[in-house]
Design a protein around this ligand. Structure first.
Ligand SMILES: C[C@@]1(CC(=O)O)c2cc3[nH]c(cc4nc(cc5[nH]c(cc(n2)[C@H]1CCC(=O)O)[C@@](C)(CC(=O)O)[C@@H]5CCC(=O)O)C(CC(=O)O)=C4CCC(=O)O)c(CCC(=O)O)c3CC(=O)O
Ligand SMILES: NC(=O)C1=CN([C@@H]2O[C@H](COP(=O)(O)OP(=O)(O)OC[C@H]3O[C@@H](n4cnc5c(N)ncnc54)[C@H](O)[C@@H]3O)[C@@H](O)[C@H]2O)C=CC1
Length: 226
């Protein structure tokens, strides 16, 4: 049964504690750091090469020892990713008692959240999960998404954000605002769009967004609701 609630969480300033320093802990830690987590601590007697490098550059903190229950104090997220099933189980149970969110790498049901396969394109984030039914299916669908939604989405999303800010401050009418934003997204997905291929230069981005907005306003006025 798929009883998980999807959400996007900001980890800025939040203490995230990862137990274990092997391949799986490394994957989880990379995911955390890529998400902007700036208070990641690893508790493990040893660390993978990649994690050692991250410690060296100050991206994460290492406590070189085994798990102790006190490690959970004031944590926001917990990852039980040791290769010891019993230890992972104790971590998950202690987290549960303290009402903390815990990812159990050894068994989905023993934790409170699972980590999806992720594609990032600037502020656009695509996440795929199967509730633990088949992590490989999630990984496979992620590869399809990577091919379908390329790096151009980084730029597209950034431009839509700028346009949306302009529309929010310049268009008092809510219906018209929504229509313009809808036409903008359609513009980006239509092959005939000149908008996508025009100016890449940041210096003129303001003027470009202004031109785009005017074109969309004209379209909206012509009643081009598709
Ligand atoms: C429940 C969950 C908990 C969690 O870790 O959050 C979990 C649990 C387990 N995974 C296991 C195995 C594998 N996991 C992967 C890969 C990934 N696993 C990920 C997530 C999750 N894995 C969460 C559910 C996600 C969902 O909803 O589907 C991904 C998507 C994201 C990530 O890791 O961040 C990442 C792909 C990332 C990418 O490619 O982008 C591979 C393949 C590989 O490594 O290449 C294998 C081997 C093949 C296989 O066994 O299927 C085992 C058995 C361990 C054992 O046998 O001892 C368990 C334990 C159990 O079964 O509960
Ligand atoms: N969620 C997922 O995607 C997957 C999960 N797994 C699960 O994850 C577990 C870990 O896998 P790997 O990282 O490949 O193992 P690994 O053997 O590479 O690393 C295990 C790490 O745990 C540390 N450790 C052991 N006891 C500890 C303790 N008491 N306190 C703190 N750290 C401790 C070890 O020192 C080592 O750094 C597997 O046993 C398996 O159950 C495996 C594959 C995929």
């Amino acid at each position: 049964m798929a009883d998980y609630y999807p959400m996007m969480v900001s980890l800025k300033g939040k203490r995230c504690v990862v137990f274990g320093g092997g391949a799986i802990a490394t994957r989880k830690v990379k995911g955390l750091v890529e998400s902007g987590a700036d208070r990641v601590e690893i508790v493990s007697p040893d660390l993978s090469h990649e994690l050692q490098q991250m410690v060296r550059i100050g991206a994460i903190v290492h406590r070189q020892r085994e798990y102790k229950e006190e490690d959970l104090a004031e944590a926001f997220l917990i990852f039980a990713a040791t290769d010891n099933y019993k230890v992972n189980q104790s971590i998950a149970m202690a987290a549960e008692r303290s009402g903390l969110l815990c990812n159990a790498a050894h068994k989905a049901e023993e934790g409170t959240f699972v980590t999806p396969a992720v594609v990032r394109r600037g502020e656009l984030l695509l996440a795929v999960a199967t509730g633990g039914a088949s992590p490989l299916l999630a990984a496979r669908i992620k590869r399809d998404l990577e091919a379908r939604y390329g790096e151009e989405l980084v730029h597209d999303t950034a431009r839509l954000k700028l346009l949306r800010e302009r529309v929010q401050s310049e268009e008092p009418d809510e219906k018209r605002r929504q229509l313009i934003l809808k036409l903008a997204v359609e513009d980006l997905f239509s092959n005939s769009s000149e908008v996508r291929s025009t100016v890449e230069c940041l210096v003129s981005i303001d003027a470009e967004i202004g031109n785009w907005l005017r074109a969309l306003q004209q379209k909206a006025d012509r009643g081009h609701e598709k």
